[in-house]
Design a protein around this ligand. Structure first.
Ligand code: TXA
Ligand code: MG
Length: 310
């Protein structure tokens, strides 16, 4: 593993891109106060400009630097409870923030990642770092430094290698600018934990494109077609596909849900590398982290076709 923090800082100051590890997935980072650097993220990812980015800050105090005054109490409460950690909070945006970061919206997504390399980078840089997941738009997120290099290669000035990501799927996103508070993307911080912390109910399933920019039905998708099947249905379906001459990768994990989340994107990348045309995968139970994993599986399957059961 190579951690050249100095090179990363030089690159950020020069308006270049730095990929860095977080506890969820690798981020493709740029100086959030540099318009040209932020625009480079969109160019490299092939991401539409109206898909806003998450801004990473080094501590809960950093929230005040990017949020509009006054920062809502609920945002402070969630930040104190879950940061550093896999929770992204949507608040009103400060006028100082680049409009390229927010996609022209008046709200901003913020989090403090729970990874020593990310925290060292943020601490030394001293400014917010805008960073989406380090993958091409619509594709499977990177959970290792090798994934980043394979996917984005020379377009990133520096890749900080912090080993494989501990959680493996993207952060929970909660929007506290609306009433009721709504979860835009499930993740490792669960709706139950948020409700317990706030002492009030939140809306669990955001729907509709206006609600959640970038929350497309098809996302996190490998090249192969993905079918999500309960275990009992796998044998027959795989036999049927193979009779038709299809190259099928079967993913039927007997692991904890934490291990499942941590490994999922690696499995999908590997199936693509092996040239699979179909991926048949058995989901984890729909509880806790399993809920977030099933959300990603549904999106990998492209919004659900007949064979997909979740
Ligand atoms: O775990 C994560 O969140 C990772 C790591 C790198 O921190 N980042 C990540 O970023 O998943 P990205 O860009 O792939 O997903 C960010 C999502 C966007 O799809 C968008 O829907 C949502 O955050 N988002 C950002 N700003 C928003 C805003 N102002 N309002 C609503 N949604 C927003
Ligand atoms: Mg992403």
């Amino acid at each position: 593993m190579t951690i050249d923090l100095e090179a990363a800082l030089r690159a950020l100051h020069a308006g270049e891109l730095v990929a860095f590890p977080t506890e969820t997935v690798y981020g493709l980072g740029a100086d959030a106060t540099n318009d040209a650097a932020v625009q480079r993220i969109f160019a490299v990812k092939g991401r539409p400009h109206d898909h806003p980015l998450i801004v990473h800050v080094g501590s809960p105090a950093g929230l005040a630097a990017v949020a509009r005054d006054p920062v809502p109490d609920v945002a402070r409460t969630l930040a104190e409870r879950f940061w550093p950690g896999p929770l992204t909070i949507i608040v009103g945006a400060s006028k100082q923030v680049s409009r390229y970061v927010t996609g022209g919206r008046d709200t901003i997504a913020v989090r403090v990642p729970d990874h020593p390399v990310a925290l060292a980078l943020l601490g030394a840089f001293g400014r917010p770092i805008a960073a989406p997941s380090a993958n091409r738009f619509g594709k499977v997120s990177a959970t290792t430094a090798d994934d980043v290099r394979t996917e984005l290669g020379d377009e990133v000035a520096v890749v900080l290698d912090g080993g494989p990501c501990r959680i493996g799927i993207e952060s929970t996103i909660v929007d506290v600018t609306v009433e009721p508070i709504v979860i835009l993307r499930p993740g490792a911080v669960t709706a139950d934990e948020i409700e317990t912390t706030l002492g009030r109910a939140v809306e669990r399933e955001a729907s509709g494109p206006s609600r959640a920019p970038g929350m497309l039905a098809s996302h996190y998708a490998p090249r192969a077609r993905v079918e999500v099947l309960e275990r009992a249905a796998v044998g027959e379906r795989v036999a049927q596909l193979r009779r038709r001459g299809m190259r099928v990768a079967v993913i039927d994990p007997h692991v904890s849900v934490e291990e499942y989340a941590r490994s999922l994107y690696g499995w999908l990348h590997a199936a693509d590398r092996d040239g699979a045309e179909y991926i048949v995968i058995v989901p984890p139970p729909d509880e806790g982290l399993g809920h977030a994993v099933r959300d990603r599986l549904r999106k990998a399957a492209g919004g659900g076709h007949a064979e997909t059961v979740i």
